[in-house]
Design a protein around this ligand. Structure first.
Ligand SMILES: [Zn+2]
Length: 164
């Protein structure tokens, strides 16, 4: 008898962005930041020998990758923004050409980045919920089987040399 479970871990990080598509001037014309909360969930069957789906330390390791990368970063999506940010002396600028730093896009980038690091065969899906504010979140579940079959790797590498 096997049971499907979700092992979760929640982290927080601070990140800045400019959202061209946002309605308010404060969001679409100004660099501003949010205190994000992210819940990572690994979904799969309990291994009857260990009694675990996955060791909590593995989930912590994956969360640490996200935290190290996004915490106190400025995410920009255009060449112009990237140049301006560097001229202003921002050290941790993440440049994803053409990918607006909305919570929706952030969830997809994080999912595809982490998917490649999960080798545990009993983990089938990976789930992310990302809160941009205390009560507004975006969530998505990615099937690891289809992600790996399609070889959907991480989205563009960073121009300033920061890799995940
Ligand atoms: Zn914002």
């Amino acid at each position: 008898m096997s049971h499907s479970v979700t092992v979760n871990k929640t982290i927080t990080f601070e990140m800045a962005h400019i959202l061209k598509s946002a309605k308010t001037l404060a969001c679409n014309a100004t660099i501003h930041g949010h205190s994000y909360k992210m819940k990572l969930g690994l979904i799969g069957d309990i291994n009857p020998e260990t009694g675990m789906l996955v060791d909590f330390s593995k989930v912590s390791e994956l969360c640490r990758v996200v935290h190290n990368h996004l915490d106190h970063a400025l995410w920009v999506s255009t060449e112009k923004q990237f140049k301006q940010a560097r001229e202003m002396g921002n050290e941790k600028v993440l440049f994803y050409p053409g990918i607006e730093p909305t919570a929706e896009n952030m969830v997809i980038v994080i999912l595809h980045t982490l998917a490649m690091s999960i080798v545990d065969s009993n983990v089938f899906d990976i789930a992310i919920e990302l809160w941009e504010t205390k009560d507004s979140s975006v969530s998505c579940i990615l099937s690891l089987v289809s992600a790996k079959m399609l070889n959907v790797s991480c989205l563009p590498a960073f121009v300033n040399g920061n890799n995940w």
